[in-house]
Design a protein around this ligand. Structure first.
Ligand code: SF4
Ligand code: SF4
Length: 117
């Protein structure tokens, strides 16, 4: 049985996370996030990157379904708070502490790959 601590802290680089791993991330590329937890979850054969942390006003969770994201960059271009960036072909959260939960990214995504709650 895998050691949960190892699974949780196995890697502090979110790009190297494997399924079922999560990490509390504090890395230089992440601008003003005090703390962001990123979990990679397999759900019905989909891979979901789940980012949780404190937004501007309240706690926020942003889920990105990696399999659905086609890298169109709409969410990145229209997020008014520069919360998102492209990492190769997939959107990712870089600055969750600025998220206002306006849901613009969710409304604009043509592939229903990003959700905010
Ligand atoms: S909910 Fe609004 S502020 Fe948060 S990531 Fe989406 S577009 Fe940006
Ligand atoms: S709008 Fe949707 S498909 Fe386009 S980059 Fe963002 S998450 Fe991916």
């Amino acid at each position: 049985m895998p050691n949960q601590d190892n699974q949780h802290n196995a890697n502090n680089n979110p790009n190297n996370l494997k399924l079922n791993q999560s990490a509390d991330v504090t890395i230089p590329n992440y601008k003003s996030c005090d703390s962001i937890e990123i979990t990679v979850k397999p759900v019905n054969k989909l891979t979901i990157k789940q980012y949780t942390g404190m937004g501007k006003k309240e706690r926020v969770q942003i889920d990105i379904v990696v399999n659905y994201c086609k890298g169109c960059e709409l969410c990145v271009a229209f997020c008014p708070e520069e919360v998102l960036v492209m990492n190769k072909e997939t959107a990712e959260v870089i600055n969750i502490s600025r998220c206002t939960k306006c849901n613009i990214c969710e409304y604009l995504c043509p592939d229903f790959s990003i959700s905010v709650e």
